[in-house]
Design a protein around this ligand. Structure first.
Ligand SMILES: [Ca+2]
Ligand SMILES: [Ca+2]
Length: 326
């Protein structure tokens, strides 16, 4: 009698099972959210997000953030931590940043309309020479980003580079205690560059020509996500589309993301960043309405008091003819 052969399908089954032993693609993801889709000219923008590896929050690394205005000019470049990174070591790090005069001597006060100077030291702890981009970003006492300078360099292995960089102080800057943030990246976050080390900051004063000081900055409330940053829209902001970029690196994984928010000018009903006859026509259609009216249009309620009336027409008048400057 013939022996029973091992059924072929059984062999195939055995073979096909073994390579399936739990191979899972790791995914390193950065989410990015602005607290609102539309802001008015004089508002604070909150940015937040989550950094996760296979859906688990990564709470010990860095995220680079960059924001571009409607003219594609960067207004801020910052590095935020997703948690406590104080015990970590970095290939390249900013050691410190101070306000100084053009020769590097410490100086803590600058006047509006002039130049401010900052000295930053950046150390390369690596055994390789590294190309870097160092950014110096100033914020006034109302938390508005008011100046940004960037400097590209190569830092030799185990050496420290010190730079002195100038940043203009706009005439519109709020007086008082201002802050400077220094960072170092492989390249800027908007180009997918990664932060090398934690941000360093310092304080300085912005004065007018008579040397008086303004109010100190207010505190920022906590936000969702494992990283966040906030800023007040600068007084010179143009209405339009702003872009936010984020980038991060962790154990060889890299993640990038971007999103947009819009800055609307009061009086712009149809959202084309201009205040003109088209908006006046829409305002007329919604005139004297409340949320229960058939002709209610919340975009005409500029002061957000749930009625469209003379108060809104007054706001409309203030911005009549607004167009984003070129
Ligand atoms: Ca409009
Ligand atoms: Ca109103």
């Amino acid at each position: 009698m013939r022996k029973n052969p091992i059924p072929l399908f059984f062999l195939f089954t055995l073979i096909s099972i073994s390579p399936m032993a739990i191979v899972r693609a790791e995914s390193f993801v950065i989410t990015l959210t602005a607290s609102k889709q539309y802001y008015c000219l004089d508002e604070t923008v909150y940015i937040y997000g989550n950094l996760t590896l296979d859906d688990v929050q990564i709470n010990d690394t860095l995220v680079g953030l960059e924001v571009e205005n409607p003219k594609n000019q960067s207004i801020l470049v910052r590095t935020v931590a997703t948690g406590d990174v104080s015990n970590k070591s970095w290939f390249i790090e900013v050691l410190n940043v101070i306000a100084c005069d053009q020769y590097g001597n410490p100086k803590d006060s600058f006047t509006r309309g002039g130049l401010s100077y900052f000295k930053a030291s950046v150390k390369n702890n690596d055994i390789e020479n590294r190309p870097v981009e160092i950014t110096i970003n100033t914020y006034d006492s109302s938390n508005s980003p008011i100046g940004l300078s960037a400097f590209q360099s190569v830092i030799y292995a185990n050496e420290t580079t010190t730079i002195i960089i100038s940043v203009a102080v706009p005439t519109t800057a709020t007086l008082g205690m201002a802050k400077v943030y220094a960072n170092v990246y492989s390249s800027r976050p908007k180009y997918g560059g990664k932060p090398f080390g934690p941000e360093k900051s310092n304080e300085f004063n912005i004065t007018d020509s008579t040397g008086s000081l303004g109010e100190p900055a207010e505190n920022v409330p906590p936000l969702n996500g494992n990283f966040n940053s906030s800023f007040h829209l600068p007084p010179t902001t143009n209405a339009g589309t702003f872009q936010i970029f984020a980038s991060s690196m962790y154990d060889g994984w890299t993640a990038v993301n971007s999103t947009v928010f819009y800055v609307k000018v009061p009086g712009d009903v149809n959202g084309d960043f201009r205040v003109n006859l088209a908006d006046l026509s829409l305002l007329g259609m919604a005139w004297w309405s409340t949320p229960s009216s058939p002709n209610w249009n919340p975009n005409c309620d500029f002061n957000q008091d749930n009625r469209v009336n003379l108060a809104d027409l007054s706001v409309f008048g203030q911005y009549w003819g607004y167009t984003p400057s070129a």
